[in-house]
Design a protein around this ligand. Structure first.
Ligand SMILES: [Zn+2]
Length: 548
């Protein structure tokens, strides 16, 4: 190769200064390039004196970054020098090629960096496959070995630390995840959730000022022993979780009470509804459904009811929902919802159809109350006002007023029938302003029927608003209200909080929360699953810390 070509190739392949290309030999699958160092002298690694006496040379091959889909192999000509210092124990040394390849390495430094990046993103198996596609020959174990050689990233000082556990294997083994809550980054992953492990970690980080944790005794002990300088903060998410468990227990006991109220109240509601049915308002007044339409509706409803009966019978005979669906030619989903509902769906119209009659409804209702019940006369009156519809429309609306109130069919499943302490717990905890009107009505019903539920709701909301508005100073007030309430489960919950009062008040006052940890735990699970759950802690930790 002439000197101009050598210079060009060395620049194209971005070789470090003084290292130049001596030959290029492309084949369909490989690109073999000869590389040598041109520096006239080299420093002895032992005595650091330069030497220009060449003893000899040998060749060594290393893999480099792939080029245009081909493996690139560098054939390095490595020289051996004689050290000239008489006192130096080294007689002969090999030249180093810094910036290109380390001693004994089989890959160039830049190839190793790429392999590590692939390993971080995709793990051993997937990373190897990806490497293969880009023209890097590797194996999962090589890739992981390089990945594990990455030095631990420098952990910057943590001020606000979040601690939580995660499951290695649910209900069997757990680990601990530590998150910098200000930067929202994972800073460490510990092999278990023993207080001693966390304590040891905390002792190495005296800069921590706040520790956000759950209410478990392990992390409490670890934070107390390991970071006595730090203010502990009980995580609000965990407090709400504990509270909801208590609520579920209380409401479970109230269920009978809430269900028993059923009959009396629905009688009352029925009577009220009957009274209200005397005359419709402008908004609720609908024309009477024509008889033939009604008949068709009824027929379809009867058929659906029968289908439901059949379904229930088959189910009672021991068929699974899937078998029932297959046998009846229905979708499994429909079978499931019908059975869950306990009845066939009805096609009651849930909205009012709009009509040309609407603008005149108020006037006609007024005339009706004045005693004008003749459809034709009413029609003529509104026609004079500009009504463009036919007399039939007016007749249908007027007939609807003449109809006897229809019998109110009780909904097959009422709110109280469907009462579940789990759903009710959610109603109790939510911000009431964010509930739909239907949910608000359900909540009201529960509170009406059970005195305990009503009291519990008031105390729950008091607690939740304290938590939402960060009014930790109201904690004492709430405690005394609970003490006075005589609801044993709530009192037990309050006494539990009292034991950890300092951290609870901090949790109710400060803005720190373990919310970001939840996100990081999801990430951890994702990485764990991407390695089919087989990766042990060191690899998982390496991938999480470097990716973070
Ligand atoms: Zn030397």
């Amino acid at each position: 190769m002439d000197p101009r070509e050598i210079a060009l190739f060395s620049r194209v392949f971005h070789l470090p200064a003084e290292i130049t290309m001596t030959s290029v030999d492309p084949s369909p699958t490989e690109l073999v390039m000869g590389v040598a160092c041109q520096a006239p002298c080299m420093e002895c690694p032992e005595c650091h004196q330069p030497s220009a006496r060449i003893h000899g040379s040998y060749q060594r091959t290393v893999a480099d970054l792939p080029c245009a889909g081909r493996n690139v192999i560098l054939v390095l000509t490595v020289r051996k020098f004689v050290c000239g210092t008489p006192t130096c124990p080294r007689r002969i040394f090999t030249e180093r090629l810094p910036g290109l390849v380390d001693s004994y390495a089989r890959m160039t430094s830049r190839l190793i960096a790429l392999v590590q990046a692939l390993g971080l993103v995709a793990g051993g198996q997937m990373g190897t496959r990806q490497a293969d596609r880009t023209g890097i020959a590797s194996t999962p174990s090589t890739l992981l070995r390089h990945l594990m050689q990455l030095p631990a990233p420098l952990t910057r000082a943590v001020r606000v630390l979040g601690v939580d556990d995660f499951a290695w294997k649910k209900r069997f083994t757990y680990g601990t995840i530590l998150v910098d809550l200000e930067r929202r980054k994972i800073i460490d992953v510990l092999p278990d959730r023993e207080s001693a492990t966390v304590e040891a970690w905390l002792k190495e980080h005296p800069e921590v000022e706040f520790v956000s944790r759950d209410r478990g005794k392990d992390f409490t002990k670890a934070a107390t022993m390991g970071a006595p300088q730090a203010q502990q903060v009980v995580d609000r998410f965990h407090v709400v979780k504990n509270l909801s468990e208590v609520l579920q227990e209380i409401l479970g006991h109230c269920r009978a009470e809430i269900r028993q109220g059923e009959a009396a109240v629905s009688e009352f509601e029925k009577a009220a509804e009957e009274r209200a049915r005397g005359l419709p308002t402008v908004a609720t007044w609908q024309q009477r459904t024509p008889a033939h339409v009604k008949k068709a509706h009824q027929a379809r409803q009867a058929s659906r009811d029968d289908r439901y009966q059949q379904m229930a019978t088959l189910r009672a005979q021991g068929l699974t929902q899937r078998e029932v669906a297959k046998r009846m030619g229905m979708s499994e989903r429909a079978v499931r919802t019908w059975l869950k509902r306990g009845a066939a769906p009805t096609n009651e119209r849930h909205f009012r159809r709009r009509s040309v009659f609407d603008p005149y409804a108020a006037y006609v209702l007024e005339r009706w109350q004045d005693g004008i019940h003749e459809a034709r006369q009413l029609y003529e009156e509104i026609q004079a006002q500009g009504f463009s519809g036919t007399v039939r429309i007016v007749q249908r609306f007027v007939q609807a007023l003449r109809d006897k109130p229809e019998k109110i069919t009780l909904a097959p499943a009422t709110g109280a029938d469907r009462f579940s302490s789990k759903t009710a717990t959610w109603l109790f905890i939510r911000d009431p302003n964010q509930l739909t009107t239907q949910k608000q009505a359900e909540l009201e019903l529960i509170c009406q029927r059970s005195e305990t539920a009503r009291k519990t709701y008031a105390l729950t909301q008091q607690f939740m608003s304290m938590l939402r508005l960060r009014r930790g100073q109201d904690f004492e007030l709430w405690l005394s209200a609970v003490e006075a309430s005589s609801i044993p489960q709530l009192r037990r919950f309050a006494q539990g909080l009292l034991k950890d009062k300092n951290a609870v008040v901090a949790g109710l006052t400060l803005s720190y929360s373990n919310g970001p940890i939840e996100a990081q735990v999801h990430k951890l699970k994702l990485v764990k699953c991407s390695m089919y759950g087989r990766a042990k802690l060191p690899l998982l930790r390496q991938r999480l810390l470097h990716a973070a």
